[in-house]
Ligand binder design. Structure first.
Ligand code: NZQ
Ligand code: ZN
Length: 393
């Protein structure tokens, strides 16, 4: 096990009616003027936004609202949010929604705390983030894990670049998690969420670091659990136990625990962000469309690791190591297909790409050949091109 520092301070309030505690928690973390951020309208239609603003009113917490966050959240709306937060003198940002709303809220918090810096400077690495505002979360979709993660992902719509930053300033101070709030999710979003949760775990699991028994066991249990409950939830959207398991897996998958003490990879996330940046495809779908291609391309780096995965997660064993490794990859791909997630570009809905487009994706992901990404196999620009090509069916 490698040395690590781990700090995951987010207070979790989990279960039925958890959202009723939102105002108390805002006060607990020092909020006195709240900017409430939400998405394209699901929380208006469900009545959740009204419920939350009523709570703020009763608690005598002044607030303003900012809606309209889109999936693959855009930089420009976050900039608008910073302006609004500055004008209103907000000292707390409350996200009511999923990863896109939470990441926008994190960006607004950073911008509000650093009014002289354009927020994209933090994402492009031009400026270092040294302070932010507290962010609280009322979670409505189990997927990105942003409610406890140290990450925030934005798309710069001018350049088509989708990028994340990792910093402990991205950890929300609290997350309200009521699985009932996810009952209204469309099937596609449940499946995208399950995929993303699996991928946060898989993108950490494939590592050359040895002897990480506890971390591996958490990751394997999480993968089996989310795959099983994903099937149940897709058949019955209001299954409280299944939605609870998926919701908790979502947070655990991306709070750092499933990769603690190991060198992590995140190749598929990096490759997938280029697809979302160019084609605006849902995050989870970008990942399932690429994972098996990545896995078949890199498994020879350490077939043993893929064989262990096949055995422990899917219960597959063949005498031949490579056969077991490949069967584990096929089983994962078959699982994605069984929950109607795409496993190649055509199924993703972007169609078969021409040569120029594949070159563009590899250029963008490698910063025009200037950098490699990931660790299980450090991917060069050529590797990226080859993986995109394998998924280009
Ligand atoms: O916008 P509304 O109308 O609310 O609808 C949303 C949206 O269309 C809908 N939805 C959410 N809760 C719902 C609901 N519909 C009905 N009932 C509900 N209860 O679901 C759609 C997707 O929402 P979004 O927030 O985009 O989903 P998700 O949580 O998957 O977030 C995806 C974003 O997070 C980033 C992704 O790249 C993507 O931009 N990620 C963030 C991470 C992080 N900060 O740690 C890590 C991830 O790897 C990921 O990159
Ligand atoms: Zn993800």
């Amino acid at each position: 096990m490698q040395s690590f520092e781990y700090h995951c301070p987010t207070e979790i309030i989990f279960g039925k009616g958890a959202e009723l505690k939102a105002a108390d928690k805002i006060k607990k973390y020092g909020g006195t003027k709240v900017l409430v951020v939400y998405g394209g309208g699901s929380v208006v239609r469900s009545g959740l936004l009204q419920k939350i603003t009523d709570l703020l009113q009763t608690a005598k917490l002044p607030y303003e609202t900012l809606g309209g966050v889109q999936p693959n959240p855009r930089l420009e709306l976050a900039r608008t949010g910073v302006q609004q937060a500055n004008k209103f003198k907000a000292d707390f940002i409350l996200a009511v929604g999923g990863g896109s709303v939470i990441d926008t809220s994190k960006a607004i918090a950073h911008g509000r705390a650093n009014p002289d810096t354009d927020i994209w400077d933090f994402w492009s690495g031009k400026a270092e983030l040294t302070k932010s505002l507290p962010v609280g979360v009322v979670l409505t979709i189990s997927a990105a894990g942003s409610e406890t993660s140290n990450s925030a992902v934005l798309t710069n719509e001018e350049t088509g670049k989708k990028a994340g930053i990792n910093t402990d300033f991205n950890r929300p101070c609290f997350a309200v998690m009521n699985p009932e709030l996810t009952y209204t999710l469309p099937e596609r979003q449940i499946a995208c969420g399950v995929t993303d949760i699996m991928m946060h775990t898989l993108d950490r699991y494939f590592t050359h670091t040895k002897g990480n028994e506890m971390t591996d066991a958490i990751a394997e249990a999480l993968l089996k659990n989310v795959a099983k409950n994903g099937r149940i939830a897709l058949a019955k959207h209001d299954d409280y136990e299944a939605m609870s398991e998926i919701m908790w897996c979502g947070s655990l998958s991306h709070n750092g625990l499933t990769g603690l003490g190991a060198e992590i990879d995140f190749a598929t996330h990096k490759l997938g962000h280029e697809l979302s940046g160019k084609f605006d495809v849902p995050h989870g779908a970008s990942l399932s469309a690429l994972w098996a291609s990545w896995a078949r391309y890199v498994y020879k780096e350490e077939p043993q690791r893929f064989a262990i995965f096949a055995e422990r997660v899917w219960g597959i064993h063949h005498e031949d190591l490579n056969e077991t490794a490949l069967a584990g990859i096929a089983a994962t791909e078959a699982y994605f297909a069984s929950i109607h997630m795409p496993t190649n570009f055509s199924e993703l809905g972007i169609g078969k790409q021409d040569e120029k487009s594949l070159q563009y994706l590899a250029d963008r992901c490698s910063d025009y050949g200037k950098k490699t990404v990931a660790n299980f196999k450090k991917l060069t620009r050529e590797d990226m091109y080859n993986i995109y090509k394998m998924a280009n069916k």
